[in-house]
Design a protein around this ligand. Structure first.
Ligand code: APR
Length: 282
């Protein structure tokens, strides 16, 4: 934030935008929102890369939030590993079913809706998410690239046969519980969540699409990710290397700061509608 920024804006332009048109409209009055809107308004090919922060205001804890209830003693990153599942399948399956319950009860927030509105307005928009929830889809984004899989596509841990979730939504107690995983109908192996765990490869087609879109876009908008987990964290760098502008929305400093042309510090549910919304009548 520059010294002339009003203290109550909650947003700031971290770095000067080296784009003439954007810089023209970037005033200290809104600390970067105008600059970002100018870039977004001119972009034809947009990639929106989201992380857990975009769903935080829907009540879904991020990976850096402390866990509660039965999960209090654990670190999310310890539970999200093949080793944890092998060691204690009921603990890990129970955790993911609890997360599926939280997601099922959650609703898309204005950030998800703004992403869908942006994609509707700019047809060559690719939404890439690290999230395993379905809130982008429920907000109206039709074609979402899920880099880290989905809570809704479990499969057999042994033979990879997809496992159909029962029709009714998950309904786990708020404090969580251990829950033995179902057995595969084909080989009786344990069913595992359809997510990418630490140490596992990303789905090839999804990663390929994301990298191609990042290399070809005019603008990459990165929202609510700590930018620590690769290869997803590489995407803003790929876009920047190929000449695209990078806009970040995040209330905290992140590893993406160094590559962001415009850095908007604040919550996604407030800033994304401001970025994407119609210009105010003058
Ligand atoms: N709006 C925008 N960003 C927010 C908000 C909000 N309301 N609340 C929190 N954030 C930001 C945090 O400041 C943080 O930078 O969201 C980010 C969440 O970071 P992580 O929990 O690390 O989530 P993410 O970057 O998506 O994690 C990447 O790591 O654990 C693995 O596979 C998992 O997909 C996940 C990956």
């Amino acid at each position: 934030m520059t010294p002339t920024d009003p203290p109550d804006q909650g947003v700031s332009a971290a770095d000067p935008v080296d784009d003439a048109a954007a810089t023209e409209t970037a005033g200290p009055a809104d600390g970067g929102v105008s600059a970002a809107r100018a870039l977004l308004g001119r972009a034809r090919r947009v990639v929106v890369l989201t992380g857990a922060g975009v769903s935080a205001e829907s009540g879904i804890p991020t990976f850096r939030d402390a866990l509660t209830g039965l999960w209090e003693r654990f670190d999310a990153q310890e539970l999200a590993t093949p080793r944890a599942f092998r060691a204690d399948p009921a603990l890990v399956w129970g955790w993911y079913e609890w997360r599926r319950t939280v997601v099922t009860r959650a609703r898309p927030n204005p950030a998800h809706l703004a992403v869908a509105a942006l994609a509707a307005r700019t047809p060559e928009t690719v939404v890439v998410t690290q999230n395993v929830d379905d809130l982008h889809e429920r907000a109206g984004s039709g074609d979402v690239v899920h880099l880290h899989g989905s809570l809704f596509q479990p499969r057999c841990a042994d033979c990879a046969e997809p496992w159909r979730l029962p029709g009714e939504p998950a309904d786990e107690p708020a404090e969580g519980r251990r829950l033995p995983p179902p057995r595969c109908a084909r080989c009786s192996g344990p069913v595992r969540p359809g997510v990418v765990w630490f140490g596992e490869a990303l789905p090839e087609a999804a990663l390929e699409r994301a990298v191609e879109a990042a290399a070809a876009c005019d603008l990459l908008l990165v929202v609510g990710t700590s930018g620590l987990v690769y290869p997803a964290a590489e995407l803003p760098h790929v876009a920047s290397r190929f000449g695209a502008s990078v806009i970040q929305v995040n209330p905290q400093p992140t590893a993406v700061d160094e590559v962001a042309d415009v850095n908007l510090h604040g919550p996604a549910a407030r800033l994304l509608p401001a970025l994407v919304g119609e210009p105010a009548a003058s």
